[in-house]
Design a protein around this ligand. Structure first.
Ligand code: CDP
Ligand code: MG
Length: 767
């Protein structure tokens, strides 16, 4: 019964199916450029196996990087002029002309679906439009990624000329910048799920905007399923099975509006799900992008990216370059090599400025990517898929696409272990088009794909939704707290029964569920922690041991929750010497901390040593110390922040943390004489606490010297980076499985085999 509108003929939707034809007006349409991406590659003939760098035919209106307010010269212009420039830029965004229509639809409808090309202004403008037209108490905008939430919030704060955290704020795991006066709140989908556990009807919000819905993260799917229920309760229409809880007795409910946004969405599916909600299209400004494919498969994509970048830099007209890489390690490696080669360029060549953008990056470093390059300099931004649709960087003319990204997979869905693994995999056709599209936002652009056209054709159209490939443990625990069963919830896509069963088994193993699959008090407590349930379980288990066990376990779970790994990868040579504790630290950077039987205790010792150093040393020498010991300081700093937040959660949850040892952060592994317990004791307790959480990630030594999972049939090997490699201990726990040509356990500790006999779950399993 509901209609669908097209604010403009869409170039983004591609398929041309149904909705676009029901056009109501053309308010947004002003550029009539044909769909830009996916043009065919010219005949391959190349140096280095890459497609040819095209002739310098295209200069066009390159480098519109002076367009954005972030690019205006702040020191010379008054605040007033700056404010005006911002408003002018806002008015020029493709979405601006559709504003009235969009607001009208949102006003009329419970749920509105909004499609618009990346960069058209959805994420930054829609919340501001809603605020000034509909005056809701609070607008929440979800983002799948932390960096997007934080950086978009600061952008919108500056557009509204208010300090971040007042009118406009953000909330992400372990970091909250909101205040009672906040009306526009950017938050990760994970944070909104957590908020739902405290307030099942999300009563504080007048509008929820689910952004980047096409990414179909598990948490976004869970939110969408719950929003459907919440709408029924808050907006009337019979709140039969509605979420119950605190909010439920606060009648009357203020109505809720939902906006679903994306650049590339299967909008029909969402529309159907929400009772034929209207679909609006906003046309972006997409200029043609010429696409070149590699002539041959590239074995080393960072190397290929390096060569391609310098080809562009030496042969092509000015314009910034955006390189898509799978992760932080590749980004940092490529940054180092680009900077190295750039130094050797002839002095008359333009310089190179390298910026980076990835999840674990310090937010203050992210802003550099938005600033214009200094004169006579080409800016190159090395980014993960964060720059694909979530964050638009102005001024990009060239895109280099490695064709890879990292995606979450749960590799032991059937054996219970609770963690997901990030795997580097091929991107999809949809991602490839989005990436190419980044080159054509301000003028014609060029995209170099470091994969062949055949490889492109072999790509999947789109990724499977996460609900079909990641661990359901955390989500099911959250739902149990809301009195919901995943099997009963109306979701966009239903997970298969096997993975639900395996998640339930893990939760039972952790003691979060009883034999009737009901939530236990322990499970309720676990859900209070913004941690993977196994780590929350380990933390809670630690409280049955004397101090300072909990303090150490707290440090450890913080270290295991960081965005990037605390230990940098070892070189092959370093690996060989890893277990030679007597060796000099030059050959094994971690020798000083090595615990003979535990990577976890090794990590704790390293963190403890760092914390000691941090008390006295300055930034530069801390950094040098970390480099010398193969430590990723950023991860340690993040762990310190996480720990601080967790101490707060512990206090609220009634978990005592012995603060005595906290000054030094963690263990004093070598002496331990200043406490009533010996080092040996607390080490044992830390491992046992961890064992409760990682019981599903355990393996026993077999007579033939291999390790076999206790909860499954898989044979695992100990990863070469582990202190336990080549050692034979009766039983191990591990925090991660790595699938290469073999299955490796990484982050391993020896644990007494007898420990498992004391676990109820193991007793019952034997019975
Ligand atoms: O959500 P959507 O992709 O439709 O666009 P947006 O994120 O709202 O971005 C709208 C415009 O703001 C783009 O032109 C961005 O380049 C610009 N922007 C910016 O200049 N600096 C930021 N930190 C964020 C956005
Ligand atoms: Mg957006």
């Amino acid at each position: 019964k509901k209609r669908r509108h097209s604010l403009a003929a869409s170039t983004a939707s591609g398929s041309g199916s149904g909705p676009a034809s029901a056009s109501v007006n053309d308010t947004v349409d002003e550029h009539d450029t044909p769909p830009p991406v996916d043009s065919l590659s010219p005949p391959p003939s190349s140096m280095n196996g890459l497609g040819p760098v095209p002739g310098s035919s295209k200069k066009a209106h390159l480098n519109g990087s002076s367009a954005g307010p972030s690019t205006s010269h702040s020191n010379s212009s008054s605040a007033k002029a700056k404010a005006q420039a911002i408003q002018e830029q806002r008015a020029q965004l493709p979405i601006a002309k559709g504003k009235d229509k969009i607001i009208e639809e949102i006003r009329k409808n419970e749920v509105t679906i909004l499609l618009g090309e990346t960069g058209s202004g959805k994420t930054t403008q829609i919340p501001q439009y809603i605020l000034t037209s509909l005056f809701p108490s609070l607008i929440g905008i979800t983002q799948p990624r932390k960096v997007a939430a934080t950086s978009l919030a600061s952008r919108v704060a500056s557009e509204t000329q208010t300090p971040l955290g007042s009118l406009v704020g953000y909330s992400v795991r372990f970091d909250d910048r909101t205040s009672p006066s906040t009306r526009i709140k950017y938050l990760t989908d994970g944070m909104l799920v957590r908020e739902m556990m405290a307030d099942p009807l999300l009563g504080g919000y007048g509008v929820i905007v689910v952004d980047e819905a096409h990414e179909r993260t598990l948490r976004t799917d869970v939110i969408i399923a719950n929003l459907k229920k919440i709408l029924r309760v808050r907006n009337g229409g019979g709140g039969d099975d509605g979420a119950k809880g605190k909010g439920a007795d606060k009648a009357p409910f203020n109505p809720l509006k939902v906006v679903i946004m994306s650049a590339t969405l299967d909008a029909e599916k969402f529309s159907k799900f929400f009772n034929n909600a209207p679909i609006l299209y906003v046309k972006g400004r997409q200029h043609p992008v010429k696409i070149y494919h590699a002539a041959q498969p590239q074995l080393d994509y960072t190397d290929a990216a390096l060569r391609t970048f310098f080809q562009i830099h030496t042969d092509q007209p000015p314009g910034d370059v955006l390189v898509f890489l799978p992760g932080q390690e590749d980004i940092e490696a490529l940054k180092t090599s680009i900077e190295l080669y750039a130094k050797q360029l002839p002095v008359d060549k333009p310089g190179v400025l390298v910026c980076t953008m990835f999840a674990a990056q310090d937010p203050s470093h992210t802003s550099a990517a938005f600033l214009p390059a200094p004169p006579h300099t080409r800016k190159v931004i090395l980014a993960t898929n964060i720059a694909e649709t979530s964050i638009t960087i102005p001024g990009i003319t060239y895109v280099i696409d490695t064709g890879k990204h990292k995606s979450k997979h749960h590799l032991s869905r059937l054996t219970g272990g609770g963690f997901d693994t990030l795997l580097t995999t091929d991107i999809t056709k949809s991602s490839a088009s989005q990436r190419a599209g980044r080159a054509g936002r301000e003028g014609p652009g060029v995209c170099f794909r470091l994969y062949t056209e055949e490889a492109f054709r072999a790509m999947k159209d789109a990724d499977e939704p996460e609900v079909l490939r990641v661990s359901l443990v955390g989500s099911i625990l959250g739902m149990k707290c809301l009195g919901q069963e995943m099997v009963e919830l109306d979701m966009l896509d239903k997970p298969d029964m096997e993975s639900i069963a395996s998640a339930l088994k893990t939760l039972w193993l952790l003691g979060a569920l009883d034999n009737t699959q009901s939530l236990t008090p322990l499970g309720k407590k676990m859900s209070l922690f913004p941690l993977d349930p196994p780590l929350a379980c380990a933390l809670l288990a630690s409280s049955s041991h004397p101090p300072p066990t909990t303090s150490h376990v707290l440090t450890l779970v913080s270290l295991l929750s960081t965005t990037s790994k605390p230990f940098l990868p070892l070189t092959a040579q370093e690996r060989e010497r890893l277990h030679e504790k007597t060796d000099t630290s030059s050959s094994n950077p971690r020798a000083a901390f090595t615990h003979p039987h535990s990577d976890h205790l090794t990590l704790l010792a390293a963190y403890s040593a760092y914390s000691e150093i941090a008390l006295t040393e300055n930034k530069a020498s801390r950094r040098a110390w970390c480099r010398k010991h193969g430590i990723n300081e950023r991860a340690f700093l993040e762990a310190r922040d996480i720990r601080r937040q967790l101490v707060e959660v512990c206090r609220r949850a009634g978990v005592a943390v012995e603060e005595g040892q906290e000054k030094s952060g963690a263990a004093n592994t070598n002496t331990g004489t200043n406490t009533s317990t010996s080092t040996k004791d607390w080490e044992d307790w830390v491992i046992r606490s961890l064992g409760h959480g990682l019981a599903g990630n355990s393996a026993f030594l077999q007579p033939d010297g291999t390790y076999k999972q206790t909860m499954g049939q898989t044979i695992v090997k100990i990863h070469p980076s582990s202190v336990l490699v080549d050692k034979k201990v009766p039983a191990i726990i591990y925090d991660e499985l790595i699938y290469t040509n073999q299955i490796y356990a990484r982050g391993v500790s020896a644990i007494p085999k007898s420990f498992f006999l004391s676990l109820d779950a193991f007793k019952q399993r034997k019975a």
